[in-house]
Write a protein that binds this ligand. Structure first.
Ligand SMILES: NC(=O)c1ccc[n+]([C@@H]2O[C@H](COP(=O)([O-])OP(=O)(O)OC[C@H]3O[C@@H](n4cnc5c(N)ncnc54)[C@H](OP(=O)(O)O)[C@@H]3O)[C@@H](O)[C@H]2O)c1
Length: 297
């Protein structure tokens, strides 16, 4: 998919939504309240975001709830962190709920899907985002480290989709967005062979899932974030972050809002004819052929 084309479409979508409904609202008063109530493109939709207590998932939840107007179920394993995030988004005017669950557990994800549908009246959007990225070089990697990575990143993706599916099938605008990565599908990094395999595996899953689910009108796409400043990435340390920022043509690491914006577009009505695609959101990090390409900028 052409990223500049998508960015343009996203810009038009967001701009159009704001301008269109603000002018609609000009006939009624109070204008500000009416405007914001009508402008939100995902008003009346409901979403599940896994890994939503912090980082990219929290950014997605904020985007869907506050910029989209969707009702969002926040999912992660740690209840108190979810509660904090839920309070923060609600304080900013969003409609959210939260539920502790492990994406690698079918029983947990079944509970999450059933409760979301019951609480919000259905499920329209699933962001299968929860993931882990501990580093271990191949020679010292154990089979159980490999299994844990696959259970969270790959099986967790499958279970999140599988358990939400009966509800997504009843939605008129069903969207699945997977969080993959540039690492694996496009690039490699020492210590992340298992991670890269899991993130590439998500794309293999997506391509067949998008064909199988097309008859229900469900789209399945993936965002491929570059290096995004999150609690998880901060743990890599300052040297790593500085090195990465220097390798990005746009000159900075990403923010969770950068990824939230991409998800907002893929979840929108306007993205209804896009399925089985990847959207790389990386500040151009994967573009330079060599360090010299950056030095010559
Ligand atoms: N940050 C980046 O630069 C970057 C780049 C490319 C792709 N990604 C991908 O983006 C996603 C989020 O990354 P992040 O940087 O935001 O990570 P993060 O800051 O470490 O946050 C991870 C989130 O996932 C939850 N989680 C982890 N394991 C889980 C499990 N088994 N079940 C349910 N929830 C689980 C965590 O909460 P609990 O621990 O409480 O469960 C937390 O909410 C991952 O899939 C990652 O691979 C990140």
């Amino acid at each position: 998919m052409n990223v500049s084309g998508l960015s343009h479409a996203l810009g038009l979508l967001l701009l159009g939504a704001q301008l269109g409904s603000c002018s609609d609202a000009a006939t009624s008063s109070p204008p500000e309240q009416t405007c914001s109530a009508k402008t939100l493109p995902l008003q009346g939709r409901s979403a599940i975001v896994t890994g939503a207590s912090k980082g990219i998932g929290k950014g997605m939840a904020r985007a869907l709830a506050l910029r989209g107007g969707a009702s969002v179920m926040l999912v992660a394993r740690t209840g108190f962190a979810l509660e904090e995030t839920a309070k923060e988004i609600e304080g900013d005017g969003g409609h959210v709920s939260f539920m502790a669950g492990d994406v690698s557990s079918e029983a947990d994800m079944q509970r999450v899907a059933n409760s979301t549908a019951e609480r919000f009246g259905g499920i329209d959007i699933l962001c299968a985002n929860a993931g882990m990225f501990p580093q271990t070089k191949l020679e010292s990697m154990t089979a159980s480290e490999w299994d844990e990575m696959m259970a969270t990143n790959l099986k967790g993706t499958f279970l999140s989709v599988k358990t939400a599916l009966p509800f997504l099938k009843s939605s008129e605008q069903a969207r699945i967005v997977l969080t993959s990565s540039i690492t694996g599908p496009i690039t490699g990094y020492p210590g992340w062979s298992h991670y890269g395999a899991s993130k590439s595996g998500q794309l293999g899953f997506m391509r067949t899932a998008s064909i199988e689910l097309a008859k229900h009108g469900i789209t399945v796409n993936a965002v491929l974030p570059g290096n995004v400043l999150t609690e998880g990435l901060s743990a890599m340390g300052d040297d790593y972050l500085k090195g990465v920022a220097a390798s990005i043509p746009l000159g900075r690491v990403g923010t969770v809002d950068d990824i939230g914006s991409a998800v907002l577009f893929l979840a929108s009505k306007e993205a209804g004819w896009i399925t089985g695609q990847t959207l790389t959101v990386d500040g151009g990090q994967t573009l330079p052929e060599s360090p010299e390409a950056l030095a010559e900028m």
